[in-house]
Design a protein around this ligand. Structure first.
Ligand SMILES: Cc1cc2nc3c(=O)[nH]c(=O)nc-3n(C[C@H](O)[C@H](O)[C@H](O)COP(=O)(O)OP(=O)(O)OC[C@H]3O[C@@H](n4cnc5c(N)ncnc54)[C@H](O)[C@@H]3O)c2cc1C
Length: 402
């Protein structure tokens, strides 16, 4: 999987905005959105640039357990669903930033998204697919010091009993509802510490309010690093208590409206879309895939209209009422000479179009390319169509036209 930094985007700094569509969160919802954006049904829809920002593993929570989508006929063992989704991301890559988003603001027409390291990305659309939890590197210790409660009430009790009696200084990570189990937990192991996931940091006895930001191995156990300068916790077992995590989401990035239990509230901000667990229950991979794909298509339509000032031709997803007797023979994509072609992938996908690829700089319009002698109008048009078919370029209008 390719990992990038904001500075390595091929289009960074040369356009009125850094990327057309920013997807936040790389679980099933985010991967469905990115794939849908990079792989439109035919070559006609112009590729839009997309970047994925993800603080956890590619695949999110679906990396940890089985993913039964609708029933036994559509069931994937742990990691298999993610492996399938990753295949498409390998074929139609998008830059992936290993970062946490801390703030999203919309000023005038553009979104400004701030990362934990202070870097900023501007975009036309944002798709939020950041799940119920910032996973960080939890997956690296899954079943190697980290486990979870799942299933029904009886399962939760059985797992807590098994884990808390077998370990010396366990930590349970959960939401505020975990305090409803305090008596049960203390009866099983008085030394258990509860880590209530949230921003800031304070302690109340064995209950710690803070944010888990990284896990490291330490001797036979784990060191849990917390945010806000809180001292690390040493533990021989970390238990994720999913019931309480589901009942209250840890803080979303600043600038977003939340519902009463911390999930993303329905919003009417043009250009902001979401899918999957971050929108609240039901928490399910199949819902996340569907909502992520829908968010991808919606963001495509919105951004296409914004960028090119005409509707996206998405026949078979939305219908296209611009198809008429007069234009039925024409391509959907009309190459406007003022468009500025910018690279989307790192490598030119075809030796035949290398010459054009070499001069694409994200600042030179098609008209300028022609005057530089890259080829005549027809040659440039054909080569650009080849690059479009390979999803290798995107376009921006000229900066002074925004
Ligand atoms: C053990 C287990 C078994 C499961 N079994 C099933 C099943 O059989 N069937 C089923 O349908 N579902 C199942 N689920 C649920 C399913 O996995 C989730 O509903 C699904 O993964 C949600 O997808 P998502 O993309 O919305 O979020 P996630 O998979 O949670 O991915 C979100 C990603 O966003 C990242 N992120 C969070 N905040 C930020 C931020 N601020 N900036 C950047 N990145 C951020 C996270 O670190 C994570 O990588 C199971 C879950 C678990 C844990």
């Amino acid at each position: 999987m390719n990992k990038s930094t904001a500075a390595s985007f091929p289009w960074a700094g040369t356009h009125p905005w850094d990327v057309d569509i920013l997807v936040i969160g790389g679980g099933p919802a985010g991967l469905a959105a990115v794939t849908r954006l990079r792989w439109m049904k035919s070559c006609s829809p112009t590729p839009l640039s997309v970047v994925l920002v993800n603080s956890g593993p590619i695949g999110g929570l679906a990396r940890l357990g089985n993913s039964i989508l609708t029933g036994p006929a559509l069931a994937f063992p742990a990691g298999e669903l993610v492996r399938r989704l990753e295949q498409d991301l390998e074929t139609y890559p998008a830059p992936v930033l290993d970062q946490k988003v801390v703030e999203i603001r919309k000023t005038k027409d553009l979104f400004t998204t701030t990362m934990e390291d202070g870097s900023v990305i501007t975009s036309v659309s944002v798709i939020l697919t950041c799940g119920m939890l910032d996973l960080r590197n939890i997956h690296q210790f899954w079943q190697k010091g980290v486990t979870a409660t799942f299933g029904n009430r009886a399962n939760i009790r059985a797992i807590l009993k098994r884990e808390l009696t077998a370990h010396r200084n366990p930590v349970i990570l959960g939401g505020p509802h975990l305090l409803q189990l305090l008596q049960t937990i203390q009866n099983l192991n008085l030394d258990t510490r509860l880590l209530i996931q949230g921003s800031g940091h304070h302690n109340q006895g064995n209950t710690i309010y803070g944010e888990l930001v990284r896990i490291e191995p330490s001797g036979q156990g784990l060191t849990l690093h917390l945010g806000s300068g809180a001292p690390p916790l040493e533990t021989d077992r970390l238990i994720l208590e999913f019931n309480s995590l589901e009942l209250h989401r840890s803080p979303l990035p600043l600038g977003l409206d939340m519902d009463g239990i911390g999930y993303l509230a329905p919003n009417a901000t043009p250009g902001l879309y979401h899918g999957g667990d971050c929108g609240g229950p039901p928490f399910s991979a199949v819902v996340a895939l569907g909502e992520g794909a829908k968010a991808g298509l919606e963001a495509y339509r919105y951004t296409h209209q914004f960028k090119y000032n005409r509707p996206a031709p998405l026949f078979a997803y939305y219908g296209d009422d611009s198809v008429t007797d007069e234009n039925i023979d024409q391509d959907d994509f009309h190459l406007h000479p003022d468009l500025i072609p910018a690279r989307l992938l790192d490598r030119c996908p075809s030796a035949r179009v290398q010459e054009l690829w070499d001069v694409l700089d994200g600042a030179t319009s098609i008209k300028d390319l022609e005057s530089k002698g890259v080829g005549d109008n027809v040659q440039i048009h054909d080569q650009i169509l080849t690059l479009l078919e390979k999803r290798a370029i995107t376009f921006c209008p000229q900066r002074d036209r925004i």
